[in-house]
Ligand binder design. Structure first.
Ligand code: NDP
Ligand code: 2IT
Length: 447
């Protein structure tokens, strides 16, 4: 239920952003959490902070023409939504996936504002991407696309302005091509303009691993807060991309057993525990599908095509593929299968109905804004290293990540307590992230 004032703000968001259903969903979730904050802080409503937060500071949409390997002209659409710069330069990834349209970029950019606020680091919120589908494209095609994308994007970004990174479909390969073109056009070796760079040219240790590792650390903190741990627990991770792979790696190090992971073709069930080296070889090196993993792994591993991975019973779920992948029905099945905790590695992977099922059942539920903040936090550490022309060791960087995740966890719990909703990480994350951004906006005047 929305507070009366918030309800009219939400209606306005619907009216001003027609058809952008993912954006509506992301806004609604935050507005549902912050009602009690307005009672304590009338100054936020007086200066229309919420209405301002819901309106991006700038939205850029552009044409991306490129030539495929057959010499045919292809046209895609590029986006960068610079949502909020009260806390620092716009910061957030780029997503290349055929489903990308303005509503997806705005939902991701909106989430990013509060996530970045929660990290306590000096980064604002933004997001971008394209409806380009890298699947089945050659390296040369991906390079030509990235070069064309950056030929427009370069004029909008900069280490003090807007700092992109990866997301779905954008990993180390794409970041390299994007940075190369930025450097070429501007004639500046401006390392801090993009994060997720390779270690050979200004990247930071642990950035590649950070979202997955951070999500595992966050779940470990939630389990610890309930007097338990990962030890021997049965875990399911959805997706098999960057976030999934490094969640699996850290969960195994923390004593959990990941028995299934997925991609858009189905899931693999591997009761002995996913073989991480094989998974990395298949997904990161060969860019192949999961049926290849199952075929090579042999006995004990099964590929289940076109089915939903959330039918696999588990105690800990780490959705790490895409938005709205866990419905209310999935959540009910998971709870009846003995679910204890959920750490959202992906952005908004659980529908509002699913979240309600988890919270009502008393599952420890770590929302994406908190649980997957380790990626962007380590991006901010990459920016810090680039600015000081320094590079930290793997051990030190991982230790910083762990401290940041534990701090986010504790602040979510404290804030939820403060507002009389003990154990509710959704309320804690939304309120704490909101307050940080709102206070900075108040200080900066009407801009
Ligand atoms: P990748 O592109 O590396 O991997 C994405 C994985 O999810 C793939 O296995 C992909 O399968 C699957 N997937 C993507 N879209 C769909 C879909 N529509 N239906 C079914 N499966 C799908 O991306 P990341 O691992 O980087 O990102 C995963 C999630 O984590 C996203 O929600 C992203 O926003 C979020 N995230 C990422 C961060 C990062 O640092 N990379 C930081 C914080 C959050 P297939 O290959 O078959 O498409
Ligand atoms: O959703 C996210 O937080 C990311 N894709 C990472 C953003 C970043 O700037 O590292």
């Amino acid at each position: 239920m929305l507070h009366e004032k918030l309800s009219s703000i939400y209606d306005n968001v619907l009216r001003r952003n027609p058809g952008e259903i993912e954006f509506h969903q992301a806004v609604r979730e935050v507005l549902e959490s912050i009602g009690p904050v307005l009672g304590k802080h009338p100054e936020y409503a007086e200066s229309k902070i919420i209405e301002r937060i819901c309106e991006p500071e700038r939205q850029i949409i552009f044409r991306v023409p490129w030539l495929d390997d057959r010499g045919e002209v292809q046209i895609n659409r590029g986006f960068r939504v610079e949502f909020n710069s009260a806390l620092g330069p716009y910061k957030g990834g780029l997503r290349f996936h055929p489903s990308v349209y303005l509503g997806i970029v705005k939902f991701l950019g909106f989430e990013q504002i509060f996530k970045n606020g929660l990290t306590g680091l000096p980064i604002g919120g933004g997001k971008g991407g394209s409806d380009f589908d890298p699947k089945g494209r050659s390296d040369r095609e991906v390079m030509r696309f990235c070069q064309s994308f950056m030929t427009e994007l370069f004029r909008h970004i900069g280490e003090y302005t807007d700092v992109p990174a990866g997301d779905i479909g954008v990993g180390g390969r794409e970041v390299g091509y994007l940075f190369g073109q930025y450097k070429r056009i501007t004639n500046r070796y401006e390392s801090g303009v993009i994060t997720g760079k390779g270690l050979a040219y200004g990247g930071a240790q642990v950035r590649k691993e950070a979202t997955g590792y951070g999500c595992a650390f966050f779940v470990e903190e939630m389990l610890k807060a309930r007097g338990t741990s990962f030890d021997g627990r049965r875990v399911v991770v959805s997706g098999s991309g960057n976030v999934a792979v490094y969640s699996i790696e850290k969960v195994a190090q923390l004593g959990g057993v990941v028995v299934a992971c997925s991609d858009s073709s189905g899931y693999v069930l591997d009761e002995k525990g996913i073989d991480l080296e094989l998974l990395k070889q298949v997904k990161e090196v060969e860019r192949a599908r999961l049926d290849v993993y199952a075929a090579r792994r042999g006995e004990g591993a099964t590929f289940v095509p076109d089915r939903n991975v959330w039918e696999v019973p588990c105690e800990v779920a780490m959705p790490s593929a895409t938005q709205n992948e866990i419905t209310g029905k999935d959540a009910a099945t998971m709870v009846s299968n003995g679910l204890v905790a959920v750490g959202e590695g992906a952005n908004m992977p659980t529908t509002p109905e699913g979240i309600k099922v988890f919270l009502d059942a008393g599952v420890a539920f770590g929302p994406g804004k908190a649980a997957n903040a380790g990626g962007v936090a380590t991006s901010a550490l990459e920016m810090q290293q680039n600015a000081s022309r320094d590079s930290w060791t793997f051990e030190f960087s991982e230790h910083r990540l762990q401290e940041i995740m534990s701090d986010i966890h504790d602040r979510c719990l404290q804030t939820a307590d403060e507002y009389g909703m003990p154990g509710n990480y959704v309320a804690g994350a939304n309120i704490d992230g909101f307050r940080r951004v709102a206070d900075a906006m108040l200080s900066l005047g009407l801009i």
